[in-house]
Design a protein around this ligand. Sequence first.
Ligand code: ACM
Ligand code: ZN
Length: 555
Amino acid sequence: MKKILALMLLTILTGNSIINAQRADFNVIPMPKEVKADSIQMFILRQGMGVSFDASNPEIYRNVQFLCEWVEQMTGIKLQLTPNDKKAAIRMTLEAPAKSKKGEAVAELTAQQQEAYTIKVDKKGVAIQARKPEGLFRAAQTLRKALPVVKEKTEQVELPYAEISDEPRFEYRGVLLDCGRHFYNVDFIKKFIDVMALHGCNQFHWHLTEDQGWRFEVKAYPNLAPKGSVRAETVLAHGYSRIFDGIPYGGYYTQDECREVVRYAAERYVNVVPEIDLPGHMQSALHVFPNLGCTGGPYPVRTYWGVSREVLCGGNPETLTFLKTVLGELCDVFPSKYIHIGGDECPKDRWKECEKCQAKIKELGLKSDGKHSAENQLQSYINREVEAFMKERGRDIIGWDEILEGGLSGSSIVMSWRGTKGGIAAARQGHRVIMSPNVYSYIDHPQLKEPRKQPHTTDGYTVTASKIHSFEPLIPDSLSEEQQRLILGPQVNLWTEHIAYPQHAFFQLLPRLGASSEVQWCRPEQKDFEQFKKRLPRLKAIYDLLGVKYCNEIE
Ligand code: ACM
Ligand code: ZN
C-alpha cells in the first residue's frame, strides 16, 4: 500500500508516467460511448495479479484467456487465472439477466445490447461486466487497446481510475475481402479476422467467387473449384496494357477450411457472410460448365479485370439447379443468417440475344415497363427463386444494389455500393440496407493523394481516412427515422484486383479500418477526426506488435 502511495505521489509530482511503469489510456479506437477517467488516481497492475471469472462458463474462460494473452503481449505482465476469486485484481462477470417485478425475463436484448459492457477501475482493480460473453470480449479488446505497448517489458502498468460504458451504434459492422481476384490462405484470413475484431467489426464478408477464380469447394461438382480456381496468367499493373505475367494462378478453400474459418471467427464474435456472386461474375464457373452460358463457350477463367459479358444463362433451367446445389452446400458450411448472392454488374448483352433467355422472358410474361427492362426482371426472377430457396433454410439474402433494378421482393437486404442512392431507395421501399458506398468505403482505392507514397492500386479516386471517418450511414437528409432504422450498418470493401500480397492488403486496410470502425461503432456527435489522429499512435503500436503493415500517413 505504502509503495502504491509513493508511486502515486511520484506520478503527481512528475505529472507523467512513473519510472518502470506506463499508463493506460481508455481513449481507444473506436472511441467507447462514455469514458470518465481520472488523471491522478491510478490502479497499478503488476506481474502475477489474478483474473477471476466464472469457471463453469467456457465462453467466459476463453475471453479471459484472450485478455491474459493480450496483456502479456502488450506489457509483459503475466496474469494468473484465479476463478471465482472476488478479490482478484481483474474481475470479469456476467450480469444476471434482467427480470420484471414478477420475476419474468424482460424483453430480449438488442444486438447492440448483447455487445455492451462496462469497465470500472478503482482501488480494488478492474471490474468488467457485460450481459453476454460477447460484451466481455469487447471489453477485453478495449482494455487491450488502452494498454501501452511496453518495449522493455515492465513489472507494472498504471490504469487510471475510470468508468467506461460502451455499446456499438450499429449491429452490422462489416469488412469485405475479395478472395476471387487474389487468393489469401487460411492463416491470412485468420489474421484478417483478428484485425477486424481488434477494431470491433463483427461481419466478415467473404467474396468467394469471381470471373478470375472460383474459391469454394463444392462436393457435388468435384471439378468446379480445382479447375475454376486456376487462371492461366494475370494481367500486369493496371491491365490496360494487356501485358500478362504468363504465370498460372490459383487456390481455393476446402469446405473443412471454410468451417475452420467460421469456427475461428465465431470465437472472436465475427460472423462470416459468404458471397457467391450471381448471375454475373461467373466466368470461372462457366469455364468448368460452358453449357451454363448463353453462347456455350469456351470460356477461359478470366485473366484480366473489368466486367465480363459472359454470365450465367438466365433461360437455362440447369442454371437454377447449379445455383441451388452450390448455395445448398454453402448453407451447410456457413451458419450465417445472411448469405450474399452478389447480383452486381451482370451485363444483359448475351441475354438479349439468347434464345433460351428470350423464351424464358416470354414464358414468365416479362415486359419492359419503362423502369425495368425485361432482362432486368429476368435477373429478379432468379433472385426470387434463390431467395425462396434460402428462406427454406432460414437465411436472408443480401445483394448489391443492382438487385433493385428488376424490382425487389421479400426480405432481401440491399448492399448499397454505387453511392448511397440504392440504399436510400431500398430503405424507402421498406428493405433493410447495408451502406457501403464506393467513395467512402472502397479501400482498394488509394488512401493518399500522392501516388508515389503508396503501392500501385485501383485508380479513379482517393478514399482518405478522413473521408471514411466523415461518412454518416443513416443519411438523415433523405431518410425518415423509421427508414433509418432499416440501415443495419456500414461496411468497407477490400477488392483485390491490384492487391496480390498479404502485406499490401493490410496496408490498404490500415489504418483506414480504424476510421471506418468509428463510423461503425460511434455516435456521430462523438466523431472527431483530429481526436482520432491523436488516438491513432497507440493503435499503430499494436499493428507493429502484430506485424501487419499500415499506411503511416493519413489524410
Ligand atoms: C461492386 O463493387 N461491383 C459491388
Ligand atoms: Zn441465355
